[in-house]
Design a protein around this ligand. Structure first.
Ligand code: SF4
Ligand code: SF3
Length: 564
């Protein structure tokens, strides 16, 4: 299958339970891999309703307006912490599977309009034309009217050619992706002015029709650079707070007692919950992207952090029904809850679902109370898997790894990771890992790992063949490993016996891909399908400059990579 067939060929359609409700409105969203037939236009496959889609579009439009003024203010040496922080929250709220609540998005739009005024006042007199988004447009009071306004300012509202628009969307999604990581770092007290400054500059640039295609491409690569800096900031915040992850067995069975399941990515949240549940008899289980938390000394010291439950986000309907306790999301990916567990489901932070209880702030007593009312688990020990192979742990045995490569015991490394999703085509990643020869090592990260992290792949001279590097943001760690190997072998990362086979779903994956491109990494294979927001010309650019290619079959790709 050629790359263009892959992009524009018939997409697999799927119906998730939450995609059935429709309202009499139109929408257009194509920001994630799940986008139906090039873009969700009736209702999101993710469950996003047209009113929420329009309000999110209006929020992004408003953020661009703020960015115009905040960027001008920064050029004049002025900045504002409230504005900077709000940009990050507003962007993160529009990431796929985060906020499905029209009222909450509307509140953010109201706040954005207020802060647009604050940013304008900060910037003072400005020469030249003021783009429409940055002008003093009034926000209607009613949500219905706000929705109508949002419908006028969606992704289809653009005045540049298709290729520039495509790159602008790539930039927006990359920024949304790193906003998630910046938010986690911010919660741990780490912020970076470089991130804030670029966010304003890049969003303001989207209002500047004089920028040509290459100027936009350069901004996209700069977004990759900023995502790298953000992942580094978050890695430092995590390791300063909880120590470096260390290889740790994680129990997949259950322990007798009441239980809370934590889904999302936020480690500070988990720490606070662990503190508040200590001595209460309530055990804590991780779900999805929280799994790597078990590797951090500062978190695994809590004896009641007992195990990992379930797989990746798309299986939550089935798995949450079976969890006899309270469940809480601190970030993506939430899906429309089934009635069978809705009353014991909570959200926190930017995650919202209409009708689901939201915990504001850091008092989790309501969640703990709910867990105590539920049945809880019986003792049922199960399989153990390993996590905690951050760069510090892997590089701690670098001599052994280098020796194994030089001696021929390790022939190739694969980074197989990224987001998971519901499509059947994602079995590719399971098959790829299954079929990878015994003299290869698999590094993995993010929720895509749940497709193969229970396999016993054995070890090579004591080095496990499957190394869980961590969450999606721990792509930073994987990059450190690659750079250290390249230094040890005195070559470029692209010359290492290392191949990246990535899966994408939401906008954090876009940010990470931009980082890899910024770092000049070539020959990446990506799937299960390519983004609908990439035009043929932009795709050509990526193929010509980076040799990015779509996944084909595990067999064919392994043969092509290993030359066997
Ligand atoms: Fe569709 Fe993805 Fe947008 Fe949801 S986030 S509406 S699934 S493209
Ligand atoms: Fe998964 Fe949602 Fe992206 Fe952090 S939890 S990787 S999809």
């Amino acid at each position: 299958m050629g790359i263009f067939d892959f992009l524009f060929g018939k997409k697999e359609t799927e119906t998730l339970p939450q995609a059935k409700e429709t309202k009499d409105m139109s929408m257009f969203c194509y920001q994630c891999e799940q986008a139906a037939n090039g873009g969700c236009s009736v209702v999101g496959v993710c469950g996003k309703q047209p009113d929420v889609a329009a309000l999110q579009d209006l929020l992004i439009y408003s953020l661009k307006g703020i960015a115009f003024w905040a960027n001008k203010a920064r050029e004049a040496g002025k900045k504002d912490q409230e504005i900077d922080r709000f940009m990050i929250d507003g962007l993160f709220a529009t990431v796929t599977n985060v906020d499905f609540d029209a009222n909450e998005i509307s509140k953010l739009v109201n706040e954005a309009v207020r802060l647009r005024g604050k940013a304008k006042a900060l910037a003072g007199d400005v020469d030249g034309e003021i783009p429409q988004a940055a002008q003093d447009w009034a926000l209607p009071a009613s949500i219905d009217e706000q929705v109508k306004l949002g419908e006028l300012h969606g992704v289809k509202d653009y005045s540049v050619d298709d290729d520039i628009h495509s790159v602008r969307e790539i930039i927006t999604y990359g920024i949304k992706g790193y906003a998630a990581y910046a938010d986690h770092a911010k919660i741990l007290g780490s912020e970076s002015d470089e991130i804030y400054a670029f966010t304003h500059k890049a969003l303001a640039a989207q209002l500047d029709d004089s920028l040509d295609l290459m100027a936009n491409v350069n901004l996209a690569l700069e977004a990759g650079k900023i995502n790298y800096a953000t992942m580094e900031l978050l890695n430092k915040a995590h390791t300063d707070a909880y120590g470096h992850p260390e290889p740790t067995p994680v129990q997949l069975g259950t322990k007798a007692g009441k239980a809370i399941l934590v889904s999302g990515h936020d480690l500070k949240f988990l720490e606070e919950l662990l503190k508040q549940t200590e001595g209460t008899g309530v055990n804590i289980y991780t779900h999805g992207e929280m799994l790597p938390a078990h590797g951090y000394p500062g978190l695994k010291k809590y004896a009641h952090l007992v195990g990992n439950f379930g797989g990746a986000w798309q299986d939550q309907h089935k798995e949450f029904q079976q969890f006899p306790g309270a469940i809480i999301f601190n970030t993506n990916c939430i899906q429309k809850p089934a009635e069978s567990y809705k009353d014991r489901l909570f959200t926190w932070g930017l995650v919202q679902w209409p009708g689901v209880k939201h915990v504001d702030g850091w008092d989790f007593s309501e969640v703990i109370k709910k867990a105590q009312e539920c049945d809880g688990f019986e003792d049922a020990p199960g399989q153990e898997i390993l996590t905690g192979f951050g760069h510090n742990a892997i590089l701690g045995v670098a001599d052994k790894v280098i020796e194994a490569v030089k001696g021929g015991a390790i022939k190739h490394f694969f980074l197989v990771g990224g987001c998971d999703g519901a499509k059947p085509g994602r079995n590719y990643y399971t098959e790829f890992v299954e079929q990878a020869p015994a003299d290869t090592v698999i590094l993995t990260l993010a929720c895509g790992k749940f497709r193969f992290n229970k396999m016993d792949l054995g070890d090579i001279g004591g080095i496990p063949r499957l190394l869980d590097v961590g969450q999606c943001n721990d792509a930073y760690s994987a990059i450190q490993v690659a750079v250290a190997l390249a230094n040890a072998f005195e070559c470029e990362v692209n010359d290492l016996p290392l191949s990246m086979v990535l899966s994408w779903y939401e906008q954090k994956a876009v940010a990470i891909l931009l980082t890899l491109l910024y770092l000049g990494i070539k020959d990446i294979k990506i799937g299960p399908s390519l983004p609908a927001f990439i035009t043929p010309n932009v795709l050509n650019f990526l193929v010509e400059n980076y040799n990015i290619g779509p996944i084909s079959t595990a067999e064919e790709d392994l043969k092509q990579i290993l030359g066997a």
